[in-house]
Design a protein around this ligand. Sequence first.
Ligand SMILES: NC(=O)c1ccc[n+]([C@@H]2O[C@H](COP(=O)([O-])OP(=O)(O)OC[C@H]3O[C@@H](n4cnc5c(N)ncnc54)[C@H](OP(=O)(O)O)[C@@H]3O)[C@@H](O)[C@H]2O)c1
Length: 305
Amino acid sequence: MVILLGSTGYIAQEFKKQLDKLNIDTLCLSREEYNYYDLETLYEIVRSPNRQFLINCAGFIGQPSLDECENNQEETHRANVGLVRTISKACKMTKTPWAHISSSCIYTDESGAKNFTENDSPNFSFDTNNCNYYCGTKAEAERVIEEEAESCYIWRLANVFDEYDGPRNFLSKVINHQMIFDANNSFSHRGDFVKYCLALWQAKSDFGIYNVVNSGSISTKEISEKINKYLGINKKFVFFESQRQMLKLGAIMAPRSYCTLSNTKLKKALHPTKLRTARKALEDSLKNWVEDKIEDNVISKSFWD
Ligand SMILES: NC(=O)c1ccc[n+]([C@@H]2O[C@H](COP(=O)([O-])OP(=O)(O)OC[C@H]3O[C@@H](n4cnc5c(N)ncnc54)[C@H](OP(=O)(O)O)[C@@H]3O)[C@@H](O)[C@H]2O)c1
């Protein structure tokens, strides 16, 4: 049985779907029913004899944009760092292997030239004193795991998209924002991300950090062109000149990270399975686009959530 923490979330739902397909039982932990922040409660759940693995999909990501984390720093820290410490303890006490969903946002390189590997130290963190609050907590959580956890995967997720239009989909954000910022980035197709994570676990790959991103990077400009081509919407996309301009115009409250990650380690671990390129995943998603007709589909005015 796999324990899924934060089970109502965007990423957790995809884990649930794919675990069901694999006929693997899941215990879905949601705050509404379980106080999984409490060590004793979590310990009692995790020590159940039929548990095999725990996946931590819980976190405070800030809605509608991660600027909400600037306004709710205590809650952000509690969910993204404090909870990780608690899970780490509960899993260590019960010898339960587990995985934590981290983020590419702990790195930044606006030039797009650097391909960050798992060996690079975060350069968008509280330590480097240049980050937004959310990204700072994601980098801090990785350090907590490295220092305190046993038998743990850190699965880094980049900007997420798939074919389902919605407020969390990067492509929907590009479509709906009035202005966008052009940068080269790594991407994780939501379904591919979960498929690759579960394959790592099922293959008993070594614990540690993995950049779970599709191969290659894509610029926001190319994405906007592909959106026009495949969805036939003929939108005139307007670009910010710089991040400084975004901050000055109040489009964002705190700096964002832009970066590309190397997935060489992931490729080696999953060999001979071929990883889909980000460009192919983008084109496939746009070809199979399922529009979200819900009217209160609120997408923040700011960019780079
Ligand atoms: N989506 C992205 O673009 C992205 C990119 C990189 C990394 N990540 C990471 O991936 C993980 C999952 O993100 P997600 O996109 O699935 O987020 P999400 O949709 O907001 O889900 C997170 C879940 O965490 C649980 N949670 C626990 N404490 C919370 C709190 N204080 N406030 C709000 N929710 C809380 C909630 O589940 P319950 O109420 O069911 O317990 C919530 O549904 C996070 O660690 C995030 O940092 C996401």
